[in-house]
Design a protein. Structure first.
Length: 463
């Protein structure tokens, strides 16, 4: 098969010795491309597969100079075989394990009573989170957050309680022959990673990089000093974040390339898929542009959208007050496509589940979290913020304010009872205050923001 231009470009960079991150969509020949790279070199390589089935399939497609294994298989060969007697032992109730670790009494934190069973489950989850991480030791941030104890002071109390038990459990897992805590495959992978292993290979190929645990990412990246690193995956198909995996491609230090030509889908199906990907964003796009509250959004019917001249969405806000919010051209086009899919069934919910019921607040939040996970790759500061659907309403208000829209109009746009609620956005925008100060600057003073000298800053630091 003749390689595509994108595959040929990947081969050129590979032979030049570059570290590579290949973003490959569905059906674009990820494994075929990696095999193409391997067939054109005599160097020793390792292909790290996501699971055993993929590794076995890849072994039939790669040349003899490439060994196809999972990360767990490498860890088992190096260290895991020593723990073979502890693997696949019968499952035990978590509270049995907790009792052996000394968890025998309930504990009260804040307004919640924690039973020994709950404490035992959380301790074992702490070990799991540690094993998925790249951290060298168990710390407080490995302790999971429990319902009702989300506030930081309460979580700190919880972490202080759990961490000693987690250390005791991890020490138990170091015993080769026997122990109280059930030993599984993630345990020997973590133990292996802590030895800072060196994989004997001239190049490493990491598949499904969009769903890689930090511990595997660390092992992979630590080979950079002696091996060429190549990872491939599709960030749009990341599905295992819930078990600690993350997309390691976006932050990878290497040449970023793409594989976009799909051999699995024809152009008509690809067009349809792209159209649905755009339509799936309709609730979020509509919220950002109109500033609707989540209940206002989820209560919309198809006939609440008016397109054409004077395009707007009709909604009922607090106090049963009716208002119409205008729609810009991109949102109009998006809603037109969506209404076509909904067959414009007037009184039916505008946004519904696959069973036809209205979206819930949680469903909107889940959709937003998907976008936040993608946005974190280009704006890491989002990790430190709690982004919920109501934030989109604030974003709408701030964008209107920064565009010069009067606060009385913004109050009408958002359905506020008065401008007093809207004044908060004025105080939040320091740019407006700077502009006001700039207008009062005497003509003899040089315009611009004051920049203190180093001596002034040093003086202030000493205060």
């Amino acid at each position: 098969m003749k390689p595509t231009d994108e595959q040929a470009a990947a081969a050129d960079h590979f032979h030049a010795g570059d570290h590579l991150a290949l973003q490959a969509g569905a059906g674009t020949g990820k494994t075929t491309t990696l095999a193409l790279l391997a067939h054109n070199t005599k160097r020793r390589g390792r292909y790290l597969a996501y699971n055993r089935a993929i590794a076995c399939d890849a072994a039939n497609r790669f040349p003899n100079n490439v060994t196809c294994k999972t990360a767990h298989a490498l860890a088992f060969a190096a260290i895991g075989h020593r723990y073979a007697r502890r693997l696949n032992t019968p499952r035990r109730p978590a509270w049995h394990t907790g009792r052996d670790l000394g968890i025998t009494k309930p504990v009260r934190i804040g307004e919640r009573d924690l039973s020994p069973k709950t404490l035992s489950h959380a301790t074992l989850r702490t070990i799991t989170r540690f094993c998925h991480s790249a951290d060298p030791a168990i710390t407080h941030h490995h302790v999971p957050r429990l319902r009702g104890l989300e506030e930081q002071p309460l979580h700190n109390q919880l972490a202080q309680l759990f961490t000693p038990f987690a250390h005791k459990a991890w020490a138990d897992l170091q015993h080769v022959d026997d122990g109280k805590v059930r030993f599984d495959h993630d345990h020997y992978l973590k133990i292996w990673s802590l030895t800072n292993p060196k994989i004997a290979a001239d190049f490493l190929l990491l598949d499904e990089a969009q769903d890689t645990n930090p511990v595997v990412e660390q092992i992979f990246n630590n080979q950079r000093s002696h091996a060429q690193l190549v990872m491939v995956g599709d960030s749009a198909q990341a599905i295992y974040q819930w078990r600690g995996a993350k997309d390691v491609m976006t932050g990878f230090d290497g040449t970023a390339l793409t594989l976009s030509k799909s051999f699995r889908f024809g152009p008509l199906l690809a067009h349809e898929a792209n159209r649905w990907l755009a339509i799936a964003d309709a609730p979020i796009r509509l919220t950002v542009q109109t500033g609707l509250r989540v209940p206002e959004l989820t209560s919309l019917n198809c006939d609440d959208i008016a397109l054409g001249d004077g395009a707007a969405v009709q909604c009922e806000g607090k106090g049963r007050k009716q208002r119409a919010v205008p729609l810009d051209r991109p949102v109009q086009d998006l809603m037109r496509s969506w209404l076509n899919e909904r067959a414009d069934r007037g009184g039916d919910p505008l946004f519904c589940t696959r069973t036809g019921r209205r979206l819930t607040r949680d469903a909107v939040a889940q959709r937003l979290s998907t976008h936040v996970s993608a946005a974190v790759k280009v704006c890491p500061s989002l990790l430190e913020k709690r982004v919920h659907p109501h934030v989109l309403r604030h974003s709408c208000a701030m964008s209107l304010l920064q565009a010069g829209v009067d606060t009385t109009v913004i109050a009408l746009w958002l359905g506020h009872a008065g401008v007093r609620s809207t004044d908060a956005y004025v105080h939040a925008d320091t740019t407006i205050k700077e502009q006001a100060l700039a207008r009062t600057t005497p003509v003899t003073v040089r315009p611009g923001r004051y920049q203190p000298a180093d001596k002034v800053l040093a003086f202030l630091d000493r205060l």
